[in-house]
Design a protein around this ligand. Structure first.
Ligand SMILES: [Zn+2]
Length: 270
């Protein structure tokens, strides 16, 4: 489905029919890929390195453990084994994370791991209100500037929360009643983005649902519809609001509810 949309875009562009600026910039990820070796394209790593000291979901006390199995001194080579939570650090939520979502991490169509980034910057709102949630009106404001969110897009909500990483207390921002306060999406915004045909919702916090959420209603909306989520994204401040292309490659964990993901943004080098 998405392939044919890209092909259509290319044909339309070749025919010099009017496209919005955002669509033009997003229409040629192949140019961005081929520009990587020459340095014309910049690659941003939107992934935090994994260790046992990252901010974790409350209650997740055992997060990550690595054990050395072979050392160069003793064995002539170096290997480790590790254990970690599926939802820890920069990770992907598979649809099966919230039933009736069905697909496990290894079953998500691989073409969904590639898409133009729609970066929605809400840092000003979040600075005033840690419980801020993205509204449908704010999505429409983005579209007024950059054109309609393209089908196959990966949405990145830029809240500024990553400035608190890796300070767990500040990142969770828990009050005296153990309720967390960090920003997220409103269901109405998620539904509007889903109507545009986006494949994923991403954020630079612990969850696409805001910290005070009790029922994870955004998870219950987008995952059963087949989308996936990207949480704890890094370096979102380095992306333009439109014009970057994302690659989100998760560990291929059979039956996984989610798992560690390496996320790259590619964008023209200015
Ligand atoms: Zn998760």
């Amino acid at each position: 489905m998405r392939r044919s949309i890209f092909v259509t875009c290319a044909i339309v562009a070749a025919g010099a029919v009017l496209l919005s600026g955002a669509q033009k910039r997003n229409a040629a990820p192949s140019d961005l890929l081929s520009g990587i070796p020459s340095g014309k394209t910049r690659v941003v790593d939107m992934t935090y390195a994994i260790n046992d000291k990252l901010p974790a979901w409350p209650g997740d006390d055992r997060t990550f453990e690595a054990k050395v199995n072979a050392t160069p001194e003793k064995d002539g080579y170096f290997t480790r084994s590790f254990w970690m939570l599926e939802h820890y650090g920069t990770h992907m939520d598979a649809p099966a994370h919230f039933p009736p979502g069905k697909l496990f991490l290894d079953q998500i169509p691989v073409d969904h791991f590639f898409g133009p980034a729609a970066v929605i910057d809400v840092r000003d709102d979040v600075a005033k209100d840690a419980d801020y949630r993205l509204t449908a009106v704010r999505v429409e404001k983005w579209e007024a500037l950059h054109g309609r969110v393209p089908p196959g897009a990966i949405v990145v909500l830029r809240t500024g929360w990553s400035s608190r990483w890796p300070d767990q207390a500040r990142y969770r921002n828990m009050d005296a009643n153990s309720v967390m306060h960090f920003p997220g999406y409103f269901v109405a915004a998620a539904k509007l983005l889903m109507s545009r045909g986006v494949v994923a919702l991403g954020i630079d916090t612990l969850s696409i649902d805001y910290g005070a959420s009790k029922d994870f209603e955004v998870h219950r909306t987008d995952l059963p519809a087949g989308l996936y989520n990207l949480e704890n994204l890094a370096n979102v401040d380095q992306l333009p609001e439109a014009g970057a292309f994302l690659i989100a490659a998760p560990i291929k964990l059979e039956g996984g509810s989610g798992g560690a993901v390496r996320v790259f943004a590619i964008l023209p080098n200015k």
